[in-house]
Ligand binder design. Structure first.
Ligand SMILES: O=c1ccn([C@@H]2O[C@H](COP(=O)(O)O)[C@@H](O)[C@H]2O)c(=O)[nH]1
Length: 237
């Protein structure tokens, strides 16, 4: 069975929990995602712990955002850990995105457009007016022009971004919630089936899986629903 194109966000308070979640979900999903909570506590060791013997893809979600020289150094530092995907903020600018791409050539650099936790009202308060789609599309084009091979956007914008950047860019969508699930701190959300149908390549899902009493069963359930909705899903991720 092809693992589903899901990156499970291992936002755990400790390494043991993260490794347990990883071993429960890896039969069902293509990727596990390590974010700031684990990486800032444990550093590079966390990668080997969650990768385990499964060979699952590791997505390192550090959302680098600094001047180009500093981001190049940071990307070079983590490149030796061989993450499949490494995130930077597109808002850092074209030179910064390019610096990450050049410093970590073996990783797929994914540029975060507009965080999925931000609503149109939040953006307005930060001085960015108009629908989130506009800012997302602008940042997507900037990042791809600078060499980013992947983009992070919400499932609400994924169809518009796909139309803008074409078929060769990997589109990654957090802000995914099964129908009826609590949206928590996410503002721009859609269901896994919708995200996939609209053109996402990899769905980031954290708490709907890891907050369940049985993360393995939760991952298997979402993977089965995706397979039913789109039988060829996951061939590339
Ligand atoms: O715009 C973004 C970029 C990254 N994330 C990360 O994805 C997961 C989502 O977790 P849930 O529990 O499914 O909400 C989390 O690790 C974020 O850091 C995002 O949500 N939005």
């Amino acid at each position: 069975m092809i693992p589903a194109p899901i990156a499970v966000a291992l936002d755990a308070p400790d390494l043991e929990t993260a490794a347990r979640w990883a071993s429960l979900v890896t039969p069902h999903v293509s990727t596990v995602k390590i974010g700031l909570e684990l990486y800032l506590r444990y550093g590079p060791d966390v990668i080997a712990s969650v990768r385990g013997a499964s060979g699952v893809q590791v997505f390192l979600d550090l959302k680098l955002h600094d001047i180009p020289n500093t981001v190049a150094g940071a990307a070079r530092s983590v490149a030796r850990l061989k993450p499949a995907i490494l995130t930077v903020h597109a808002a850092g600018g074209a030179a910064m995105v390019r610096a990450a791409v050049e410093a970590a050539p073996a990783a797929r650099i994914a540029a975060v457009t507009v965080l999925t936790s931000l609503s149109e009202a939040d953006l307005e308060r930060a001085g960015i007016s108009g629908p989130p789609d506009d800012a997302v599309r602008r940042l997507a084009v900037l990042a791809v022009g600078a060499g980013a091979q992947a983009l992070v956007c919400s499932p609400r914008e994924v169809a518009a971004v796909r139309a803008e950047v074409g078929p060769d860019i990997t589109l990654i969508t957090p802000g995914v919630r099964p129908a009826g699930a609590d949206t928590q701190d996410q503002a721009r959300v859609a269901t896994p089936e919708r995200a996939l149908a609209d053109g996402a390549d990899l769905l980031v899902i954290g708490r709907p899986i890891t907050g369940s009493a049985d993360p393995g069963a939760a991952a298997a359930g979402i993977a089965a629903a995706l397979r039913k909705a789109s039988p060829t899903a996951g061939r590339d991720m």
